[in-house]
Structures are given as C-alpha cells and as structure tokens.
Design a binder for this molecule. Structure first.
Ligand code: SAM
Ligand code: SF4
Length: 330
C-alpha cells in the first residue's frame, strides 16, 4: 500500500494506541482526583478491532506501535493483544507506556508475548512526593516493576519518563539523574503540557529541558549530546564519564511538530492526528459497520490529510483539546 503522508509532506510511521481510558493512579497533571466518566465497555475497541487497525496501518508503513492508556496494564489479558501485534507484518517496533504499578506481575508475560520496549512513568523517588503527585502511595510497587523489567534483556531500552513541573520537579532531578547512572534506564524529562483534566496548567509551570539540564550539569558537569533519530521527540545526552543517559522531551519550549510522524487512536476508536487536535475521526463506527480494509485505509488517509501543521500551545487563543491526556492516550 502507498505510504501514509500528510499534506505537509510528513510520513506517518508511528501510532499510539490507547487500550483503556481507565487508570489506577490519579496523577495531578493528567486526571482529576475523582469524577472522570469512564467509557462504556461496548465503546472500547476489542483486541480484534485494534489488531485490524494496526495491521492496516502497518501495511501503509506505520511500523511503530506503542500501547498506552489510561493505564494499559489494567486491560485484562493485555499480553494476548501484544502477542497478536508482535506477529503483524510491518510492525517493527512494539512498545508500551505504563505507570509500572502492575509491572512486577506482567513484565514476564509481556516479554514472552513479544514486547520489545517499555516506558515507565516515574515522577519522584520520594514516597510522600510520589503519593502527592499520583494520589496513590505506590512508589515501591513501581520500583519493583522496574526491577522486574530489568530482568529481561529482551526489553531494552527501559525508559523512565518524568513530567517536569516547575516548583515540584527541581528537587527530584539529582536523584533521577543518579538513577540514570546507576541503572540501565534512560531517564527522560517531559515538559508539562496543557492536557491535565483539572485545567490548572499555566505556562509558568513548565520546567524546561534546558533548565533541568542545567540542574544536572551543576552536579555532574557538562553533558554530552548524543545523536538522535530525526523523528525522535527527545534530545539525548550522556554524562561526561560515559555512564548513563538522560533525555529531554521539550514539546513546549522546543516544539518538534515539523518532524512529527505520529497519530493516535483512542480507546473508543477515534483517530487523532495531534495530541492537541480539536477534531477526531471515527474509526470505530467503520470497524463495526462492515467497512472493508480499503475503506478503513481511505478513512485513515483522509484524517491524515488534515493533520495539524503544529500545536499552538505558545500562541494566543490556544484552544485546549476536549479530552485530557488519560482519555487521549499519551
Ligand atoms: N498510564 C501510563 C503512564 O502514566 O505511563 C500511560 C498513559 S500516560 C497518559 C502517558 C504519558 O503521558 C506518561 O508518561 C505521563 O507522564 C504523560 N503525561 C500525562 N499527562 C501529561 C501532561 N499534562 N503533560 C505531559 N505529559 C503528561
Ligand atoms: Fe494514569 Fe498515566 Fe494519567 Fe498518571 S499519567 S493518571 S498513570 S494515565
């Protein structure tokens, strides 16, 4: 099949698939403490529907699939979906983003099913501050999950993602940098984006990658920039003595939209061409109304033609997406 290209000439090679909108954490930068309505079960795509979409996308050159949510590990039998996707022709890279709290139980079955890479979210190494942010006291479980993931050399790299929030994250930086040096983890700092359900985000709460890099360099001296793929969202740095790697994902201070190769599918089968899209494209109805693969492919192409040139977080009149991060699939 023809490659999937948007109207700005960007080739789409990566899809993030949300397998559930539910979560067992309530991170302040993502979900409200309570009151978020879950999708009715019948609205959530089945494994067969997800596998069909991924197969059609892979045939159009979308070679990278990442499973996310909500918290993907609470979706029952997730390894079964991984097993189906891992053998899909054209899926060259299959990964998962998780809060890690169920990883001590599931790392083994996921690897066995064919998972190749994992991102674990971790914002603090202090029990009280972790609980303050995730609204769950689960640091030890997440660390146990990471340890378990580490036991499988097939699962590399292990990336640890930290949302960087001004006024919160600064004291966490030395311990997280140390983790990158002590463990085979790539620790990545991701700028806080206006995707929180509580809508408290303000631009002065963004702790930029450059600010964090300076904090790390205060302790370890100059970091050394490492080569990154053109489509990579992260800038990579090594420590001068060669031990460990950190990364910075700077969507607010240094947008990387011009190299964006990504689309998203929500748990209820809506295609989004940008995290900040104000429009969604309904694939679920087509999956369920007898549409052929060709018709689905055409619907995907039509959506991708409308992919936004860039996000407008830094512009006046920026309009927030109607759904928050856990409902979209980060
Ligand atoms: N529950 C899983 C997790 O936390 O890793 C997967 C879904 S979560 C929505 C995916 C990623 O989005 C996580 O790394 C999370 O930290 C990040 N995220 C959530 N809200 C964010 C925000 N407002 N700004 C930046 N990153 C955010
Ligand atoms: Fe859940 Fe992930 Fe959102 Fe935290 S960031 S509330 S773990 S979906």
């Amino acid at each position: 099949m023809e490659p999937l290209v948007d109207s700005w000439g960007r080739r789409i090679e990566s899809v993030r698939v949300s397998v559930t909108d539910k979560c067992n954490f309530r991170c302040t930068y993502c979900m409200p403490a309570e009151g978020l309505q879950w999708l009715p079960r019948a609205e959530v795509l089945t494994f067969e529907e997800i596998a069909r979409l991924v197969r059609i996308l892979a045939a159009m050159g979308v070679s990278e699939t990442r499973l996310t949510g909500g918290e993907p590990l609470i979706r029952r039998d997730l390894p079964e979906l991984v097993r189906q996707l891992a053998v899909t022709p054209g899926v060259e890279d299959l990964s998962l983003t998780t809060n890690g709290v169920l990883l001590d139980r599931l790392a083994g079955p996921l690897v066995e099913a064919g998972l190749k890479r994992i991102n674990v979210s971790l914002d603090s190494l202090s029990h009280t501050r972790f609980a303050e942010l995730a609204r769950r006291d689960a640091l030890d479980k997440v660390l146990a999950g990471l340890e378990e993931a580490e036991r499988y050399p097939e699962l590399r790299p292990i990336k640890v993602n930290c949302v960087a929030i001004k006024g919160f994250t600064e004291p966490e930086v030395p311990a997280l940098a140390e983790l990158a040096r002590r463990k085979p983890y790539v620790v990545r700092f991701i700028e806080f984006m206006p995707l929180d359900a509580d809508e408290v985000w303000r631009d002065d709460q963004v702790l930029t990658g450059d600010e964090i890099r300076a904090l790390i360099e205060d302790v370890y001296g100059p970091l050394v920039e490492l080569p990154a793929k053109a489509s990579s969202t992260a800038k990579r740095y090594g420590f001068a003595d060669g031990k460990g790697e950190v990364g910075f994902v700077n969507p607010v201070s240094e947008p990387f939209c011009s190299a964006c190769d990504r689309i998203r599918i929500t748990a209820d089968g809506q295609l989004r061409t940008c995290l900040f899209s104000t429009r969604e494209w309904d694939l679920k109805t087509r999956l369920r109304d007898g549409s052929s693969d060709e018709q689905l492919a055409a619907a995907i192409r039509e959506a991708v033609i409308h992919k936004e040139l860039k996000h407008r977080i830094n512009e006046r009149g920026f309009v927030r997406a109607s759904r928050s991060m856990s409902q979209i699939g980060g």
